[in-house]
Design a protein around this ligand. Sequence first.
Ligand SMILES: [Zn+2]
Length: 212
Amino acid sequence: MICYLCLKKRETSLSWRRLFRLREDVLCDECRQSLVPYDGKLTLSPLRDVIICYEYDESMSHLLYTYKKIGHVALAEAFISDFKRLAPLVRTHDIVPIPAHSTDVERRKFAHVDELLRAAGIPYRHLLRKRHSIQLSAMERHERLKQRHLFESISSERLTRPIVLVDDVVTTGTTLRQAAALLYERGAPDVRAFVLSRPIHNRRGNRANGRN
Ligand SMILES: [Zn+2]
């Protein structure tokens, strides 16, 4: 089998995973072990809580670059077991991806957060539309602060179910906060978030790279 990230060939051993017909990891041991679980805590009002899976470090940055920019969509399968954590919430919550702007989706040919959920078999629905194609991280600070309305609602339907927002990277949390505020305005009784990664710099109070 070939690792989906480093493309190195690796031996397939008769592991317990294979014996019990569980899905083979799409990453080799080396790539898998390079991903560092996130053990910090992020409080982000008005969200109830935020679950973060991994540190956004060099390894995760490389993986997400390969996934999003080079377009290796199958890498979404590397996070199936992480996103399966949402399965118990599906019956009672709406799972809502933070959307990319439509021009980014067209260029990329796929919606990167949707694909992470789809790979794990987690049903989701879109409630938000991104208003600008520019990334906050590409803006100067004073420009970023002016971006008060990153999203608009897709419909005017009153929301009645609690919501889990899903994104690939969080740094300052502006994106999640604005999305949550809009969903609360529309009636959502509760909004929380599930995010794949976050730069560790934030926890130490240094300037973070990457997205907001
Ligand atoms: Zn590898």
